[in-house]
Write a protein that binds this ligand. Structure first.
Ligand code: ATP
Length: 402
């Protein structure tokens, strides 16, 4: 069994004389009056750690009012949670902890990393590479994790697209004096696009891959799907990418149609066989999945995008822009997780108190921000341990997702 260890404090700097021991574990909404002095629930990390190392089945966390998590967990209809934000703010930790929390509350859950720089394996302290679903040991209901291998997914996409403009078709068409039609395929530069993929392409392909998985009956059991998405820039490009790819593939398919009708006319004269039958089908399927990705992101019934941030001016500004872009793209956003908040320090640590003041200013900024103030705020403290493995994720999840 993995136990939580805390061998090193995050505050071992000479500036901080006392060992850091956070006690402010709270999730509140922005409508509450005292954001700058969050209510302190007397529930220490130490207590939590003790409970986890004893593997207590249900961790009783004091709650303030009807919980946000109640809403997230209710119903057996499948729901998708996409977690995204600036790099390094704790997206993976939050996504993995949410997945553990769902699984511990009766939902067979799948957690997927579509970030090309995966850290889900590190977070679960388990090897999840290989592009297949891997069972995660520990939670009460089934929890599976999946790291999509972007290279592999892209390769699949490439072979589908090349099959339409590849040498097989070209040679055949050249032979028939219709090579210029095939050249038009080249002008779409899909091959180039795959050699130097724009940010977002890997993710779009990864998400479409997940949809492909979920279409098969053996994956019907999952009622919660949590996505650990790539950092903000990728996510924003991803949102416009399906339209772009949809258009490109649409053009290719039209050309393919022209080629097919030209070849069948020639075939009927010369009796030649075209043995490239299913490439267009494959491409069409891919296009359909891209459209599904786009629809999934905008489906208010089943999907929610959760923005994860930290209380710094830079992160809050980026979150505000992300929220605006998501709104523009009609992606449903309701909650904002502010991670790594320093609890008030009882020691005379100057570094801690300056840092906390800065953080409180950033929280004020959130409250005053026109984009973010309408979101439900969920606060998570910076804890003095590495969030790794199911017990640690369970611990973090119980704090954030209340
Ligand atoms: N509340 C927290 N308290 C202490 N450490 C935390 C907390 N949240 C995250 N961390 C730590 O911060 C580091 C980065 O977290 P994580 O990998 O979840 O971020 P990320 O946003 O997914 O990063 P990337 O953008 O690089 O994928 C990890 O070492 C994680 O354990």
């Amino acid at each position: 069994m993995t136990t939580l260890s805390s061998s090193s404090s995050l505050f071992s700097s000479p500036l901080c004389k006392s060992r850091f021991s956070p006690t402010t574990l709270v999730s509140r909404t922005l409508s509450s009056s005292s954001l700058t002095s969050p209510a302190i629930l007397s529930f220490s990390v130490k207590q939590h750690r003790q409970r986890n190392s004893l593997q207590v089945k249900s961790v009783a966390i004091p709650t303030e009012t009807a919980s946000e998590f109640d809403e997230m967990v209710s119903g057996t209809k499948r729901k998708y949670y996409m977690l995204g934000g600036k790099g390094g703010v704790g997206k993976t930790s939050c996504a993995a902890s949410l997945a553990v929390r769902f699984a511990n509350n009766g939902h067979p859950t799948l957690v997927v990393s579509t970030d090309p720089a995966h850290s889900l394996s590190d977070s679960f302290a388990q090897d999840l590479t290989g592009g297949m679903l891997v069972p995660v040991e520990g939670p009460e209901s089934p929890l599976f994790a999946l790291e999509i291998n972007p290279e592999k997914a892209r390769e699949e996409f490439r072979s589908a697209s090349q099959a339409n403009g590849g040498t097989g078709v070209k040679d055949f068409m050249d032979g028939m004096g219709l090579g210029m039609l095939v050249e038009q395929l080249g002008e779409l530069k899909l091959g180039e696009l795959l050699d130097t993929p724009p940010p977002g392409l890997d993710e779009a392909i990864a998400i479409s891959k997940v949809i492909q998985f979920l279409e098969s009956p053996e994956y019907n059991m999952f009622t919660r799907i949590v996505f650990d998405t790539a950092p903000t820039g990728h996510t924003l490009r991803l949102l416009s990418l399906p339209d772009f790819l949809d258009a490109s593939i649409g053009k290719i398919l039209k050309l393919r149609q022209k080629i097919t009708s030209a070849t069948s006319a020639i075939k009927s004269v010369f009796g030649k066989e075209d043995n490239k039958p299913d490439a267009a089908d494959k491409l069409e399927k891919l296009r359909e999945r891209m459209v599904k990705v786009r629809e999934l992101f905008r489906d208010t019934e089943s999907t929610e995008f959760v923005i994860v941030t930290i209380p710094t001016v830079m992160a809050v500004s980026e979150s505000s822009r992300l929220s605006a872009s998501l709104k523009k793209e009609s992606v449903p956003v309701k909650r904002l997780v502010v991670n790594q908040i320093l609890p008030p320090s009882s020691s005379d640590c100057k570094f801690c108190s300056i840092k906390r003041k800065d953080q409180m200013r950033a929280l004020d900024m959130i409250r005053e921000d026109s984009e973010l103030s309408g979101l439900t705020l969920m606060q998570a403290p910076l804890v003095d341990m590495e969030i790794r493995g199911v017990p640690a994720l369970r611990f973090l999840g119980d704090i954030i997702w209340k």
